[in-house]
Ligand binder design. Structure first.
Ligand code: NAG
Length: 964
């Protein structure tokens, strides 16, 4: 049955796919579809500019300087005008006025903005009237939700002599702990903390803004030699690539700025790239790239690993880390962006013996809008960035379980069979996913009736075990007469337009399509209508959403996307908003789901993203492949997303393209159990690979990995909660816990997992049965599975037989588990808890636990439980204390969980001499006390004792203590 169906679908999808394959032959990556810096005129010109500046060295005379007569400081804002000196059409020197603002925000973040003086009076001749006559300045509007009010407490600390020299000093931030020093000529903006410069803008003088100018008239060239030069500059006024021509109606308008991190050897972030976590240099040399890192959302299709090439999403956030110090910058720009990175040699700079990192940010259009966050530590930087762009949306608990996906589950019977097999093989899972084939001819909001005649019944069946259905809805809408969705979109002019203002059409899965323009509020309203109860998914509430192809992917468009001169709402060109589009689409889906059911937390997965997308749901790393290299690159990619605000991230388990060996599949599940977003997915042409098909011993090992994830769900959810209010990611780099250990900064094949203190090192090599795991600090580390102790900074050898995931538990943390097998996360919600306590060197441990109803918005009104557990070596007491202000709403929630108890406590590393010969402990709660039995064991080497308290009967609500 399943086979017959899938064969049929393979034929349908296969033909489309073969067409694609013919158009884009499969090499490892389709490099030729995407521009290099050399092939992108603004990138090339700015790189050449940087080379020119570099070749002049100290003699470099940048044409940009602040006109110090214009500078004022008031109300937390330093502002004035930067003059760019140019030659006018007669060859005489003149200036372009570039107003700048340096805004000191209440959060302690500084914002440096440079625009070009608006010419409302005389639009530049040659600009079509249909285009907005301003530089694009709305990237922050989409990305930033935080408070941008200037801080009145920032103070001017400039002396009169400094002012005379055009130097300005402003103290700002908490306790005015930070200082900005602005120099007019050469233009330089340095940010100080602890008396040292941490971030310097324009230290190398690479600031550049292609000022607007009229397109020279070629017929006048003979009279005016200065024009010839302008037209000569290749691709300045028109640019062709891969058979499409970009008309560039505004001409060149790129912006660039260099940022130096003095004394910082490592920079991280700027996802999405399939590369190392610690970013490489990009101007050649061994182990380095020759191309800048590129941020330009594209359907990269079988991407290369260890590459700076652009991928599906863009977060122009970068963190720099040095010993005990961390800073971040955010370049709020949604246009095509390239970032060069070089590291100066230790003795080249005056910043002491360390290397410095020098970066060069180049975007195709827009304004300069750079946010600077001064830390001083990684968690402060993440918090500061979260205050700007928002925090991770707290997901429903089921979204944190395991997801089963495939292109495609072909029918209701197929779905029912897969669902039943999970129970037959006793593997928990929470959601089954439908890729594009569930639709009638790829028309979203329709069902292929022959295969899905009763979708509501299918959802009701899944709901019996509290499982969900996730369906894909992409932003391309099939252009077909009679298709309601298209007709409404088209009639309402809610689609992206061509440069001439007509509906833009291109090719995607359905054939000829239009793309919803989610920058348009009316389009977002139209989207809400599509999801209304009673429509597409009936009245069911257990369906969730998946947004794919929202870069947008256009099969026959330039670089597989929309033309840069296409138009969006507000008459902005696509070039201005390209990297933001996918986020607005993701947001529109989340908003539509919220409108459909305001009580329920939505879940929406996206492929394309921008800064701020963490507010709308989860992301995955796109179309990877079933090979060990792709498994290996996941860890650094998760780290990069995580530190750039996007905690809810995962990669396709098993690899999308191709067929994993059973060993690769098993190792991938063992790694995937620790991905914040945990989903198995497979390409339509790959063999079926649901966990039970692997056979033994693989199926059991996969089951163990998935069950481990479900055991840890209370801790995983607690970590999501933390990310949702202070931005600390779930997948954590070594420097988060060991900020002093520089040797560990570059380590990107292992990570700390949430609040648990678990140090996870996925096995990513075929045949490996052991590994070297790096301990970054002086704490005690215990093998999670057998409690063997490891200590001392450095690499430790760990056996990793096939059945084992190398995990060490860092001393001092408390893990909260639910150990009973259930078929889905929601079914576990009232299960008793197990606390696993690994003591630190001094015999203490602590840990946070967060719980709520896992699906509604009631937590916003206080309906949650937030506890702190701590074990104190002084008195040998384990205590539970509240972390929440008690309120009526929390009490009514507590009533719903008043039977949830702690059923087991495992205390690892306790000095059992303290027990004397006691074989019980005393529990205290609610003015009562009782004793509970304990069991004492030792590790096989006799070095670590493990005390297990059986059924202590303490309730999760209310304070309690247990005396050992
Ligand atoms: C998200 O949607 C809301 C409501 O439609 C809208 O106000 C907001 O501007 C949108 N943000 C983005 C980034 O699309």
């Amino acid at each position: 049955m399943v086979m017959a169906n899938s064969l049929k679908f393979v034929t349908v999808a296969c033909c489309l796919f073969v067409v694609l394959l013919m158009a884009y032959p499969v090499e490892s990556a389709k490099r030729y579809l995407f521009k290099t810096c050399e092939q992108s005129s603004f990138c090339r010109r700015n790189r050449e500019y940087a080379d020119l500046a570099q070749s002049k060295g100290a003699a470099w005379d940048s044409p940009y300087a602040i006109d110090s007569s214009t500078v004022q400081f008031d109300g937390g804002v330093l502002q004035g005008t930067i003059l760019k000196s140019i030659l006018d059409s007669k060859g005489d020197p003149t200036n372009v006025e570039l107003p700048f603002q340096l805004v000191f925000l209440e959060s302690g973040t500084a914002r440096f903005m440079v625009d070009e003086k608006q010419r409302t009076d005389s639009p530049i001749s040659g600009f079509p009237e249909s285009i907005t006559q301003r530089r694009y300045n709305e990237a922050s509007k989409w990305a930033v939700t935080g408070d941008l009010t200037p801080d009145d407490n920032a103070i001017d600390a400039t002396t009169d002599n400094e002012r005379k020299d055009g130097v300005y000093k402003i103290k700002f931030g908490p306790d005015r702990y930070f200082e900005a020093v602005v120099e007019s000529k050469p233009l330089r903006v340095a940010f100080y903390r602890d008396g040292e410069p941490q971030v310097i803008l324009n230290d190398r003088g690479l600031i550049n803004m292609d000022h607007w100018r009229a397109k020279p008239d070629p017929s006048q060239i003979n009279d005016d030699p200065s024009l010839k030069n302008e037209l000569d500059i290749k691709d300045m006024w028109e640019e062709s690539f891969g058979g499409s021509t970009d008309t560039k109606p505004k001409g060149p308008e790129s912006i660039a700025l260099d940022v130096t991190f003095p004394g910082y050897e490592h920079v991280f972030g700027i996802p999405e790239h399939a590369d190392k976590f610690s970013l490489r240099e990009t101007r050649g040399g061994e182990g380095n790239h020759n191309e800048p890192y590129r941020l330009f959302n594209v359907d990269i299709f079988e991407y290369e690993v260890n590459s700076p090439m652009a991928m599906y999403g863009a977060i122009p956030f970068m963190q720099a880390q040095k010993k005990k110090s961390s800073v971040g910058i955010f370049w709020a720009n949604g246009a095509d962006t390239w970032i060069d990175i070089v590291k100066s040699k230790p003795n080249e700079q005056s910043f002491g013996v360390k290397k410095s990192t020098e970066t060069h940010w180049i975007s195709e259009s827009g304004i300069i809008d750079m946010y600077v966050m001064l830390g001083p530590d990684p968690t402060s930087v993440y918090h500061q960035y979260g205050l700007l762009t928002g925090f991770t949306a707290l997901p429903p608990i089921y979204a944190v379980g395991y997801h089963q996906c495939r292109w495609n589950y072909n029918s209701e019977d197929d779905v029912a069979e897969v669902d039943a097999n999970f129970d037959k093989y006793e593997i928990p899972y929470d959601a089954i996913w439908l890729d594009i084939e569930y639709t009638e001819n790829k028309k979203y909001f329709t069902w292929l009736k022959s295969m899905f005649p009763t979708p509501e019944k299918m959802m009701q069946n899944l709901d019996k075990r509290k499982r969900k259905l996730v369906v894909i809805i992409d932003p391309h809408i099939k252009k077909e007469a009679g298709y309601k969705t298209y007709e409404t979109l088209s009639k309402g002019e809610l689609a992206i337009k061509t440069s001439e203002g007509q509906e833009y059409n291109g090719w995607c899965w359905p054939g000829e399509s239009a793309w919803i323009d989610t920058f348009n509020p009316k389009a977002a309203d139209f989207w809400k209508d599509q999801y209304k109860p009673g429509k597409f998914c009936g009245y069911e509430n257990n369906f969730l959403m998946w947004n794919d192809m929202n870069e947008p992917s256009v099969f026959n468009g330039p670089e597989v996307s929309a033309p840069r001169d296409a138009l969006h709402y507000g008459n902005w060109e696509h070039r201005d908003v390209h990297n933001i589009y996918g986020a607005t689409y993701h947001n529109a889906t989340q908003q539509a789901m919220l409108a459909r059911n305001p009580r329920q937390r939505p879940f929406v997965l996206t492929r394309s993203f921008f800064a701020g997308s963490q507010r709308y749901g989860a992301v995955w790393t796109g179309d990877n492949a079933a090979s060990w290299d792709y498994l290996k690159i996941v860890t650094p990619m998760l780290l990069s997303h995580s530190i750039a605000g996007f905690s809810f991230v995962g990669a396709d388990v098993g690899g999308f393209f191709g067929n994993p060996t059973p060993e690769l599949l098993t190792r991938w599940y063992q790694a995937g159990a620790f991905y914040p977003f945990f989903r198995g997915h497979a390409h339509i042409e790959s063999k079926r690979r649901e966990p039970w098909l692997a056979g033994e011993p693989y199926t059991s090992l996969i089951r163990n990995a998935i069950r481990l994830r479900y055991q840890l769900l209370p801790s995983v959810y607690t970590a999501f909660h933390r990310a949702s209010f202070d931005g600390v990611p779930i997948v954590r780099p070594m420097f988060l816990l060991a900020p002093e250990n520089e040797e560990a900064f570059e380590i990107d094949d292992q990570f700390f997992f949430g609040e648990t203190g678990l140090l996870v090192k996925p096995i990513v090599e075929e045949g490996a049965r052991s590994t070297e795991i790096y301990i970054p600090d002086d704490e005690l580390y215990y093998d999670y599975f057998d409690e063997t102790i490891y200590e001392g900074i450095g690499y430790k050898h760990l056996d990793a037989p096939f059945e084992k995931i190398p995990i060490l538990a860092r001393g001092g943390h408390i893990i909260v588990r639910r150990d009973r097998y259930r078929r889905s996360a929601t079914l576990m919600s009232h299960d008793p808890l197990t606390l696993v306590i690994h003591l630190d060197r001094s015999g203490n441990a602590g840990g946070v636990f967060y719980m709520d109803d896992g699906e509604t918005m009631a937590y916003n009104r206080g309906a949650f439980l937030h506890r702190f557990f701590m074990f104190n070596a002084q008195d040998n007491i384990l205590r539970s204390r509240s972390m929440q202000p008690s309120g009526a709403s929390s009490r009514s929630y507590e009533k719903t969980i008043d039977e949830v108890r702690i059923e087991k406590i495992i205390l690892v590393g306790f000095n059992t001499d303290k027990l004397k010969s006691a074989r019980t402990v005393e529990a205290f709660q609610d003015k009562k006390s009782w004793s509970a039995d304990i069991h004492v064991a030792e590790t096989s080497d006799g070095k670590v004792s493990v005390v297990t308290v059986r059924d202590p009967k303490v309730l999760v609500i209310g304070d309690w203590s247990i005396q050992f």
